[in-house]
Design a protein. Structure first.
Length: 231
């Protein structure tokens, strides 16, 4: 196992070059998810029969779901809420790294090879930092991460729309979908028109499908980075 480690949220995660390198902006996704998960948990009436399920789609090194696990596992145990946490990735190499990280932190998270939410029947929370960069900026950026971890399609939002559609059928009533996006970055490439289209397509798709839309959360550069939807 290669030893390249990246600091994320509160710990170092194994993340060799062939998996996506965890980024600081994704810590905001973790913080936002934890905040909403805590609020949601308190509203769960006890005793609870079905498990509280959190799914991380496109888990990569597993840094998001493991960080969430570390923050809320004690609370779930204290409240005697049965739970299941799952990380999914289409790349077996990423799954192996996520499993390794999970063992390192002694976390109880299952990692599954799969395409988006296909392996999942029901979930309370879906979190994701999906590939969201437009292929239109391919020649304008230099990143060492594998292309399938970065690019979401010609426009960039193609995978996000698929994820929203699947999330709607997988989410339990009042469940949340929390995703990281990067449409505001497009303004740095003079792609203002695509930026507006990107945002409009996501929000109108989510609204038409029947999801409630929360205000986006801005990152430290005042760019809209985290989107929150509720069923
Ligand atoms: C931007 S990376 C995020 C990795 C990690 N969650 C993080 O934030 O550091 C996107 C991840 O999605 C995975 N991925 C791409 N297409 C996918 C698909 N159709 N289904 C599941 N995972 C996918 C990639 O392999 C990659 O690990």
């Amino acid at each position: 196992m290669e030893e390249k480690k990246v600091f994320f949220f509160e710990d170092y995660f194994l993340a060799p070059e062939y998996v996506f390198q965890p980024r600081p902006e994704t810590e905001l996704l973790v913080e936002t998810a934890i905040e909403h998960i805590k609020e949601y948990i308190y509203k769960i009436s006890k005793p609870k029969k079905d498990k509280f399920v959190i799914v991380d789609v496109g888990t990569g090194s597993g840094c998001i779901i493991i960080s969430i696990y570390k923050k809320i596992e004690r609370m779930l145990n204290y409240l005697e809420i049965p739970y299941k946490m799952i990380g999914i990735d289409i790349d077996m190499k990423a799954i192996k790294i996520a499993v390794h990280n999970s063992k390192t932190f002694n976390s109880c998270v299952d990692f599954i090879l799969g395409n988006l939410l296909e392996p999942i029947k029901k979930a309370d929370f879906i979190v994701s930092n999906p590939p969201y960069v437009s292929l239109k900026v391919k020649d304008k950026i230099t990143v060492s991460d594998p292309p399938h971890t970065i690019f979401g399609g010609e426009k960039g939002y193609e995978i996000i729309l698929k994820l929203i559609a699947q999330a709607y059928s997988v989410l339990k009533e009042n469940g949340f979908l929390i995703i990281e996006v990067g449409y505001d970055d497009l303004k740095f490439f003079a792609l203002e028109e695509l930026k507006n289209e990107y945002k409009k397509e996501i929000f109108s798709f989510a609204k038409n499908i029947g999801l409630k839309i929360f205000p986006p959360v801005n990152d430290y550069n005042k760019l809209e980075r985290i989107l929150i939807f509720q069923k």
